[in-house]
Design a protein around this ligand. Structure first.
Ligand SMILES: NC(=O)c1ccc[n+]([C@@H]2O[C@H](COP(=O)([O-])OP(=O)(O)OC[C@H]3O[C@@H](n4cnc5c(N)ncnc54)[C@H](O)[C@@H]3O)[C@@H](O)[C@H]2O)c1
Length: 437
């Protein structure tokens, strides 16, 4: 056992800065306020409801996670953020249409008090959107400095002790890493020259990391996952996590696929399609934004099935992912998966999944958990990529020398073992020989 890490206590208020006050953000904010007022329960949130086994099974110690590690409480959170639309959070939550009016009216004044700061936005990176609440600047460096001024003013205005920032904005167009992303010096020159390879999301991430604020990317766009940002995160000791929250269809995929693989059932094909009618669905209807999402959604199966180790079972897997924008459904996504399986002696079988889910209802507890765990990481002196938060992401950030871990159950074990490690508790191996010796 290693000694516990020194964790600074979560004193005072934690400011949670959300870039993009759309469906996911408003559902997170409204949900947290409703939970604070005991109007609803934090279902889906590990930080609020999860327990963690400590020590041997025979010890019977399974406290709540938030009693083991010092997390900021829901009462201590102050929300703020940016959006290209001027609507306050109450109006934005009504537009998003996720939560019922009967709940929203009970917390209306708290939501109306949260108004978006003017955004850093360029339509070239999100083609289906345009809005009036946008900053002007000489170049991207100037815009980053304006964001830093917003961050400092927010912190002072609300008397926050600490801050975290999450990109919960629309999915930007597909970008690949290029020269300007390779070092902080190149990136800062790129900001001054308003380089096209720096989308709006990177300007926010840069501003957060410059201030030493933990940053997470809840969407799939290329944002913090570049050497320049990691260099900055190291310099300012800021934790980073991402990318793309694992919610509906991909969550189910990373629950089912490890099970099939564990029993060595082959998979010839996996066809996933869904209908979605919210603004996210509209943005993803643009092929360039969809390409970003598709790349993020497709990677999980390859890593879980390891076709290089199991060529007989997974080598020629045909994996297709579709998203169809269908307005009548709003945020209530319906996903269909058809899995063509192969069993003993090569006999084919099929598995069909029909998930009638709610996108933002699945995403909100993740935003809350990631915000609280990133703040914990910062107070524990952990900076750079927080791989233990892979549990929450479709395309988890990872060190270049290792592959990303996609199996939800390994991810959960990694997360809980990290918490045990922080507290100097024994890591759980599930060996259990001692009961039979
Ligand atoms: N809901 C889920 O299950 C889920 C899962 C994984 C990822 N995501 C991603 O999370 C993001 C948010 O999803 P959503 O359903 O809330 O979408 P949404 O369209 O309702 O909200 C996104 C908001 O971001 C704003 N925005 C866009 N660019 C901005 C910028 N540069 N600065 C400030 N604001 C900006 C938009 O105006 C909009 O209000 C999307 O990228 C989505 O793909 C969602």
């Amino acid at each position: 056992m290693t000694p516990p890490l020194e964790i600074a206590p979560p004193r005072g208020k934690l400011g949670v800065l959300l870039v993009g006050l759309g469906a996911v953000s408003t559902t997170t904010i409204a949900g947290t306020i409703a939970i604070r007022k005991k109007l609803a329960k934090p279902i889906g949130s590990l930080t609020q409801m999860g327990t963690i086994r400590l020590g041997k099974r025979s010890e019977g110690r399974s406290p709540k996670i938030n009693e083991v590690v010092p997390l900021a409480g829901c009462d201590d959170l102050v929300f703020g953020g940016w959006d290209i639309f001027e609507e306050d959070c109450y109006a934005a939550a009504c537009t998003a249409g996720v939560l019922e009016a009967s709940l929203l009216t009970q917390i209306r004044s708290e939501l109306e008090a949260i108004t978006p700061m003017p955004a850093v936005f360029d339509k070239r990176y999100v083609k289906r959107l345009d809005g009036p609440n946008v900053k002007k600047g000489k170049h991207k460096r100037d815009l980053a400095e304006q964001l830093i001024a917003d961050i400092r003013a927010f912190k002072q205005r609300h008397g926050c002790d600490r801050l975290v920032m999450l990109w919960v904005g629309s999915t930007e167009v597909y970008l690949q890493p290029s020269a300007v992303h390779q070092s902080l010096a190149a990136f800062e020159r790129g900001l001054e020259g308003s380089d096209d390879a720096i989308p709006s999301s990177m300007v926010y991430a840069y501003a957060a990391l410059r201030e030493g604020i933990p940053f997470a990317n809840a969407a799939p766009n290329l944002t913090a996952d570049i050497p320049a940002m990691l260099e900055l995160a190291e310099r300012t000791a800021a934790p980073v996590a991402g990318n793309d929250m694992k919610t509906g269809q991909t969550l189910i995929k990373t629950i089912i696929a490890p099970g099939l693989k564990a029993r060595l059932l082959g998979v010839k094909g996996w066809y996933s399609t869904n209908i979605l009618g919210n603004r996210d669905g509209e943005v993803l209807d643009d092929p360039e934004s969809f390409k970003t999402k598709e790349e993020s959604k497709k990677s999980a199966l390859d890593y879980i099935f390891q076709p290089h180790l199991y060529p007989d079972l997974y080598k020629d897997l045909c994996h297709v992912v579709r998203i169809n924008y269908y307005p009548p459904r709003g945020d209530n996504k319906e996903g269909w998966d058809n899995i063509d399986l192969v069993g003993w002696l090569g006999y084919p079988m099929q598995l069909k999944i029909n998930f009638l889910c709610r996108d933002s209802i699945l995403a909100a507890p993740i935003v809350l958990d990631v915000a609280l765990f990133l703040d914990l990481a910062k107070r524990t002196g952990m900076w750079g990529i927080q791989e233990w938060l892979s549990f929450y992401f479709k395309a988890p950030m990872h060190a270049p020398e290792v592959y990303p871990e996609h199996d939800l159950f390994i991810q959960l074990m990694k997360l809980k073992n990290t918490l045990r490690y922080m507290k100097g508790e024994e890591l759980i191996t599930h060996l259990g020989r001692e009961y039979y010796d």
